[in-house]
Design a protein around this ligand. Structure first.
Ligand code: PNS
Length: 160
């Protein structure tokens, strides 16, 4: 029985992430999506907001758990007995960083392997950063994130 962890910032979750979550959930016996609580970055959404958004958009995908974590992914993986780390690969530009991260995690947590899912072509261009930038300038983000997530993003920018 293989249990998988999909770690990330998810600030905010996009259709690209949801695509990876759906596909990973059908490949593994159990899948946990884990939101990094990273004090070094200043995210648009708090960790609790990101967890809630993920729980909301994943509510129709059976068996998905959404958690948050701090510190090293490798420690979280080891402490919770995960076998697999899931990461999405959009383009070759992702590869160098992702390879380095996978190899580091393999050294730190030798019991787990990273499995890359290539993002579906329709989402290959998509990133949370781009979504935030388009929304910041009032652009249409309806093709990038679910409607309720778009509303939350615009609400954030209205408050700022
Ligand atoms: O969604 P992101 O920002 O691409 O996710 C990156 C993430 C959270 C998976 C990565 O930054 C991470 O694992 N951070 C936790 C700290 C850590 O383990 N760093 C060493 C990675 S080699």
């Amino acid at each position: 029985m293989a249990v998988a962890l999909y770690p990330g910032s998810f600030d905010p979750v996009t259709y690209g992430h949801i695509d990876v979550i759906r596909r990973a959930s059908s490949l593994f016996d159990s899948l946990t999506v884990a939101v990094l609580n990273n004090g070094a970055k200043s995210p648009l959404f708090s960790v609790d907001e990101r967890v809630n958004m993920l729980r909301d958009v994943c509510r129709d995908i059976p068996g998905i758990k959404v958690e948050s974590f701090s510190g090293l992914t490798a420690d979280y993986v080891q402490n919770h007995g995960y076998d697999v780390i899931i990461r999405g690969l959009r383009a070759v530009t992702d590869f160098e960083y992702e390879l380095q991260m996978a190899q580091t995690n393999r050294k730190l947590a030798p019991g787990a392997d990273t499995v890359f899912l290539t993002t579906s072509l329709e989402y290959a261009y998509l990133s949370s950063t781009t979504v935030k930038e388009v929304a910041y300038y009032g652009g249409d983000i309806s093709q990038f994130v679910p409607e309720n997530i778009a509303a939350l993003i615009f609400e954030k920018f209205d408050k700022k």
